[in-house]
Design a protein around this ligand. Sequence first.
Ligand SMILES: *Cc1c(COP(=O)(O)O)cnc(C)c1O
Length: 359
Amino acid sequence: MARLHNFSAGPAALPEWVLWRAQEELLDWHGAGASIMELSHRSAEFVGVSERAEARLRRLLGIGDDYAVLFTQGGASLQFSAVPLNLTSVGQPADYLVTGQWSQKAFREGGRLADARLVASSESVNFRTVPALGEWQCSPDAAYLHYCPNETIGGLAFNAVPEVAVPLVADMSSTLLSQPIDVARFGVVYAGAQKNIGPAGLTLVIARRELLGRSREATPTLLDWQQLDQQRSMANTPPTFAIYLAGLVFEWLEDLGGLTAVEAINKRKAAALYECIDQSQFYSNPIDPRYRSMMNVPFLLADPDLEATFLAESVEAGLLNLSGHRSVGGLRASIYNAVTEAAVTALCDFMRDFERRYG
Ligand SMILES: *Cc1c(COP(=O)(O)O)cnc(C)c1O
């Protein structure tokens, strides 16, 4: 058996400690005589797992009781609809910042249910930067402003939380838990788990309780945050195994020293990889240096014809999933929490060696 270095954008690498632990207790979870997957979601055992996972997440992010934490399903993409259903009345405007493919999808999907207004877009420059604050056209009567702090495909990240007068809604799918955040700055934060939190199938929603209870009348119960909060994320069968695994990831993060410690590691990883790119004439990163992502690092070869060779040789060197998103091509290394510093060192060594041989 060999576990290789995995730079997948998602579903992404999980911490090895989490996988070992899950393997160890897979067949007989803590003497229950069955796997955690095989127990009722209403059993004392699973309710305990879920409550401990939530408590750990609250500690990691410093989430107060004035925020609901929901374990739901449907991916980040279903929250593109849940956001307007929960926060707007019919005809009410909602503001969207568009800085890449994910925020653009959220904007388009939001427009099916609300009067979605474009605050600003960087599409004309291929999403290489964040539109300057002076260009933002905010609506004073908007129910919220939606944005994506880390664009997974483009590798673009905001370097500060926007200051706006309306509740801020953030799709944090590829950045949540990579660094500390001040939850109080946000009305709602949501994230699909499969980037930095756990396996696919679980979606996290963190919502200021004050914003709950305004959903449209026809909102499906399973998309209604207040209903989910009142039913403790058990309005139907939750993704029990994914919640269990996310709980182990939270435990791993706490053992590492919490998000301040994790951020320091992530900064070192990103600095090493960007330095490797910047020091060469062979590799380049297209993003405005002020807005480079710490999690998703896209890069191009000076000679794009070498891409197929790069990918084939990288797999031989034990480096997996380095191709860019199918919509944009190029190369991309996602270096989420579970990707070790040793993995990034191995990638940089491979890149330098490849440049020596082909550059
Ligand atoms: C992956 C991703 C999504 C889509 O997530 P699904 O769980 O597949 O719906 C949305 N937004 C961002 C920022 C992502 O990285």
